[in-house]
Design a protein. Structure first.
Length: 385
């Protein structure tokens, strides 16, 4: 009983500290906003609602919004329990409603709570996301709160238009405006590839999707077998890059424990996968959106391990562009017995998919110009306000 009381006191102390920290952030932000409003500047607030995903988006979002400081003030919010950087403020979503006079609220993960009376923009964080979700009605209600959705390509627009059509039961709902912008993360990565630095491409990357969202279609239960096969039969470094949301999951930690002493195995939990992708000659995934980012960035093939094509068809996912276009950037295998032969023929697969890979990328009208496009749209939206 004594220890139970101590535990409750510790929990209460933590909650009190969190409340104080959030109230402090609201007060400081309010003072900053007043200061910039007096200088006649528009306030743009970019919010990272997911603690585990903040740092993997931070660098290219900062690059996107740089250079807008003349007439605009850029402020960032997050929930990470450490110092993230200049202009970043720790504030939990529930406290956002207390922040006043924000002109533009932007996020690239879907939020539940927003700053009051702000124009709301959602920049879709994936290049080719099938947007499979267990609770579609709940997702619909969340995304409905935005005014604009910026999307990488026309296929994504068609996908979300179809999503709205199937889930909108109220004709009075105001549907967000869907705007094609290109994919800012791909453009940033391509700009920052060091073309003068010769990297030996002798690695295979394994990058499964978020197992919490797509467990029935995930490769998570086959990872140990897959890695064993590769280490035993392929003379390459095997880089395992779990989804950032799953880095502390017990299944991921188990993989790390099993293979950590193997010199050819490497666990990549870096915030930026540019170096990892640059030194690899293929990627193995299930249905992660990173497949298309990888293919367009490196021009190397993707191996889709899909143990349950029947379920994909039953759920109607085979009609989505993500699944229809898989063999345009790589190959689908349904049995791990195929993996060694597939790796042995990877050069042939690369050659076979080169043209279709290029054509898919060209479908993005603003490829290479997404930063300019988004900044122009932001200025236009704020001028209209």
């Amino acid at each position: 009983m004594f220890y139970s009381k101590i535990s409750r006191l510790i929990l209460l102390a933590k909650l009190s500290a969190s409340v104080v920290r959030n109230i402090y952030s609201v007060l400081i932000l309010s003072l900053i906003i007043i200061y910039f409003k007096l200088k006649k500047k528009k306030i743009i607030f970019f919010y990272h609602p997911k603690k585990l995903l903040t740092l993997i988006h931070k660098y290219y979002i900062e690059d996107l919004l740089e250079g807008m400081n003349e007439n605009y003030s850029i402020i960032y919010g997050h929930e990470v329990n450490k110092n993230v950087g200049k202009k970043y403020f720790y504030i939990k979503q529930g406290y956002l409603k207390f922040i006043l006079s924000i002109d533009l609220f932007i996020s690239n993960n879907i939020c539940d709570v927003f700053t009051r009376n702000s124009i709301r923009i959602y920049i879709h964080h994936d290049i080719y996301d099938p947007w499979i979700h267990k609770k579609k009605e709940k997702l619909f209600q969340k995304i409905l709160k935005y005014d604009f959705i910026f999307l990488p390509n026309k296929k994504s627009i068609i996908m979300i238009q179809d999503f709205f059509r199937k889930n909108n039961s109220n004709s009075n709902n105001k549907i967000p405006s869907l705007i094609e912008t290109g994919y800012v993360k791909l453009d940033y990565l391509r700009k920052n590839v060091d073309s003068d630095k010769i990297i030996k491409k002798n690695s295979i990357v394994i990058a499964p999707t978020n197992l919490l969202s797509f467990e029935k279609l995930s490769m998570i239960n086959y990872l140990e077998e897959l890695i064993n096969i590769l280490l035993a039969n392929v003379k390459s470094e095997i880089i395992f890059r779990p989804h950032p949301s799953n880095r502390k999951d017990q299944k991921i930690l188990k993989i790390e424990r099993i293979f950590k002493n193997n010199k050819n195995f490497y666990l990549d939990i870096s915030d930026n996968y540019l170096n990892t992708y640059s030194k690899s000659y293929c990627l193995i995934t299930d249905l992660s959106g990173t497949a298309y980012t990888y293919a367009f960035l490196t021009k190397k093939p993707v191996i889709f391990f899909s143990k349950n094509e029947k379920l994909i068809n039953e759920l109607g996912y085979h009609k989505l562009a993500y699944f229809k276009d898989r063999e345009k950037i790589g190959i689908i295998i349904q049995d791990l017995k195929q993996i060694q032969n597939t790796i042995n023929n990877i050069k042939f697969i690369e050659k076979k998919t080169k043209n279709s890979n290029d054509l898919l990328e060209k479908d993005m009208n603003y490829s290479g110009n997404s930063k300019i496009r988004i900044k122009q749209l932001i200025r236009k939206i704020l001028i209209k306000k």
